[in-house]
Design a protein around this ligand. Structure first.
Ligand SMILES: [Zn+2]
Length: 259
C-alpha cells in the first residue's frame, strides 16, 4: 500500500507539470522541471513530491520565489487517489482505466480552478478513451454511450434554458465535454448522479463564495471543479453512491405519493 501511495505521489508530480504547461500549450515531456520564476532547472532533490516543497518551505533556492501550495496538495491527493482506486479494483484492467480517469479529473479541477478553462486536449481524448475502454470493461458500451449522450446533451438543454432566462451563458462548452467524458467512463447512472451532485455543490459552494466575495453574480464560477469532485466521488465510491441515490429517490417518490 505504501508503494502504491509513493507511485501516486510521483504520478501527482507529473500531473503538476500537466496542470502548469497544458494551458500554456507547452510540451509536458520536455524540458525537465524548472522554477517557473527564474527558469533554473531543478535538481533531483528539489523534485521529490511533497517532501521537497516542505523542506524548501515553498520557495525556490535561487530566486526565493514562492512555489504554490497547489503542487504538494496535487501530489498528496493523487497519492490518496491511487490507494483508494487500488483498494477498490486490485490488479485488474479497470484499475488502469480508473487511474487515468481520476488523474484527468484532478488535472481538470486544477486548471479550471486557476484559469477557468477545461482544455480540449484532455476532454476530447477522454471521451474517446472512456468509450473505447467500455467496449471491454465496465460499465459496458451501451451504458457508456448513453452516459456520453446524457452528459453532453442534458446540461446543454439546461444551459440553453438558463441563457434564455438570464440572457447570458450559464455553462460553457468545456463543461459539456467534461460531462460527456464522465459519462463515457462511468456510464449513465453515475453521470446522472454526477450532474445532480455537481449542480448542488455549485449552488451551495458557488453561491456562498459569490455572497462572501460580494462581486455579484457576474463572476464566472469554475463549474468544472464541482464536476471533478462529484465525478471522483462517483468513481471511487460507486456502490454506496448508487445505494444513496436509490434511497433518496425512493423517499422522494413516497413523499410525493407516487409509490
Ligand atoms: Zn527560482
Amino acid at each position: 500500500m505504501t508503494l502504491v501511495f509513493v507511485f501516486g505521489l510521483i504520478v501527482g508530480s507529473f500531473l503538476n507539470v500537466c496542470i502548469y504547461r497544458l494551458p500554456l500549450e507547452e510540451s509536458v515531456a520536455w524540458p525537465g522541471s524548472r522554477c517557473t520564476s527564474c527558469g533554473r532547472a531543478l535538481a533531483w532533490f528539489e523534485n521529490i513530491p511533497v517532501v521537497s516543497w516542505v523542506v524548501l518551505r515553498g520557495r525556490c533556492r535561487t530566486c526565493g520565489a514562492s512555489i504554490s501550495w497547489m503542487y504538494p496538495v496535487v501530489e498528496f491527493v493523487t497519492g490518496l487517489l491511487c490507494v483508494v482506486i487500488y483498494r477498490a479494483h486490485g490488479w485488474t484492467p479497470l484499475l488502469g482505466v480508473r487511474l487515468v480517469f481520476g488523474c484527468a479529473m484532478i488535472v481538470l479541477f486544477a486548471i479550471d480552478f486557476i484559469h477557468q478553462i477545461l482544455p480540449n486536449v484532455i476532454t476530447l481524448p477522454g471521451i474517446a478513451i472512456g468509450f473505447i475502454s467500455s467496449l471491454f470493461l465496465p460499465p459496458g458500451w451501451t451504458s457508456s454511450l448513453i452516459g456520453l449522450l446524457v452528459g453532453g446533451a442534458f446540461p446543454f438543454l439546461v444551459a440553453e434554458g438558463y441563457s434564455r432566462v438570464r440572457g447570458k451563458e450559464g455553462m460553457g462548452m468545456g463543461d459539456l465535454k467534461m460531462f460527456a467524458m464522465v459519462g463515457a467512463f462511468l456510464g449513465w447512472p453515475l453521470v446522472w448522479i454526477t450532474l445532480i451532485m455537481s449542480t448542488l455543490l455549485g449552488i451551495v459552494i458557488g453561491g456562498t463564495a459569490l455572497l462572501v466575495s460580494r462581486r455579484g453574480l457576474g463572476t464566472r464560477i469554475p463549474f468544472g471543479t464541482f464536476i471533478a469532485v462529484a465525478a471522483l466521488v462517483c468513481a471511487l465510491w460507486e456502490a454506496p453512491v448508487l445505494r444513496a441515490y436509490d434511497t433518496a429517490v425512493g423517499a422522494y417518490l413516497r413523499w410525493a405519493g407516487l409509490s
